[in-house]
Design a protein around this ligand. Structure first.
Ligand code: MTE
Length: 316
């Protein structure tokens, strides 16, 4: 997310229009894949991280924006994952051999029972659905991505938080031997993020395990990550290993690094500028020029009530 680089995206880096994926074609092809009922056996996940591997998507239709999809190539090459590098176009190569099996996700804190899930158990626990979401980074670029996952709310309910739990915190894996960025002090590792419990229970909040019908590539946060489409991208922690239910608002990595620039809520808001740049407009990756940013990234109707009565300038 560092700083100043957002404006530095060159037009020459952007894929030509003819490479855009036509949404209808995409839906038709992913529907036929779903019909083929192809499931990825556990051991195949590690075969070759450069190879695209399909997931079975069981539901689609709800929460689908009509905007043109960002090309797969851009969404999986232009990535923010500081555990590997602060260079967006370096992460893909540096994360190529990162192993995501075995992988477990533990649930701690204010829950009836602490529990640990194996990732494959978790992936098969809920029907996977596809959601085409607008995706807005705090650096003023945006994409439109067909994520595959399950509602975070379903997972939260499974965890049985106690009545004391007010917030839920997400923690990324800490593996400095395998993640070169964690051998630098760019952030206080491990990366953590958090949501208010009612935000986590909103049906738009997604636990993603795939995109474009494929399993999540390493650079996009394999094997499991958050996708909170009405908030700036940094809220959506990647490669999650721990979820903790707590009473008090946790201090997440970016707030620790710079509380003036990165607030807890991080709701997309064109009227609240970042201290160093405006958030009024954004560059949609794969398009020329800039477009206006929408309040709550265009999801005001769905989630606006979560913040009614709050001063969004103070609670940025
Ligand atoms: N999660 C971890 N663990 N580490 C990171 O550096 N970057 C965040 C977020 N989640 C980040 C992370 C930021 S700043 C953004 S914009 C999104 O991931 C980018 O997701 P994408 O690369 O899949 O588009």
């Amino acid at each position: 997310m560092l700083i100043k680089k957002a404006q530095a995206i060159k037009f020459s880096e952007i894929t030509e229009k003819k490479h855009y994926i036509n949404r209808r074609q995409f839906l038709a092809s992913s529907a036929s894949l779903a019909a083929s009922g192809l499931f990825i056996p556990h051991s195949d996940f590690q075969k070759d991280s450069r190879q695209r591997q399909k997931l079975t998507v069981e539901k689609r239709g709800e929460y689908v924006v009509q905007d043109r999809l960002t090309p797969y190539e851009e969404a999986t090459t232009y990535t923010n994952f500081y555990e590997f590098s602060t260079g967006k176009r370096s992460v893909k190569e540096l994360s190529r051999d990162f192993r995501t099996r075995p992988w477990s996700l533990s649930v701690e804190g204010l829950v009836e029972d602490k529990i640990t899930f194996d990732i494959d158990e978790l992936i098969h626990m809920f029907p996977l659905e596809e959601r085409i979401y607008r995706w807005r980074c705090v650096e003023a670029w945006s994409m439109v991505i067909p994520w595959v996952g399950f509602p975070l709310a379903d997972f939260v309910k499974k965890c049985q938080p106690t009545s004391k739990a007010q917030f839920v915190e997400f923690e990324t894996i800490y593996a400095p031997a395998r993640m070169p960025g964690q051998r630098t002090r760019v952030l206080d590792w491990p990366y953590t993020e958090a949501l208010r419990l009612d935000e986590a229970l909103h049906p738009l909040a997604l636990m993603a395990v795939g995109l474009y019908g494929d399993i999540l590539p390493n650079q996009n946060g394999a094997p499991i990550r958050l996708v909170i489409p009405w908030k700036y991208g940094f809220k959506s922690a990647k490669s999650i290993v721990k979820i903790r239910f707590v009473e008090k608002m946790p201090k997440s990595s970016w707030r620790k690094a710079n509380p003036r620039e990165y607030g807890f809520y991080a709701n997309v808001n064109p009227d609240v500028k970042h201290p160093r740049w405006s958030q009024a407009r954004e560059r949609r990756i794969g398009e020329e020029g800039k477009r206006p940013t929408l309040i709550f990234n265009g999801y005001a109707e769905e989630i606006g009530h979560l913040y009614s009565g709050m001063d969004l300038k103070k609670n940025y």
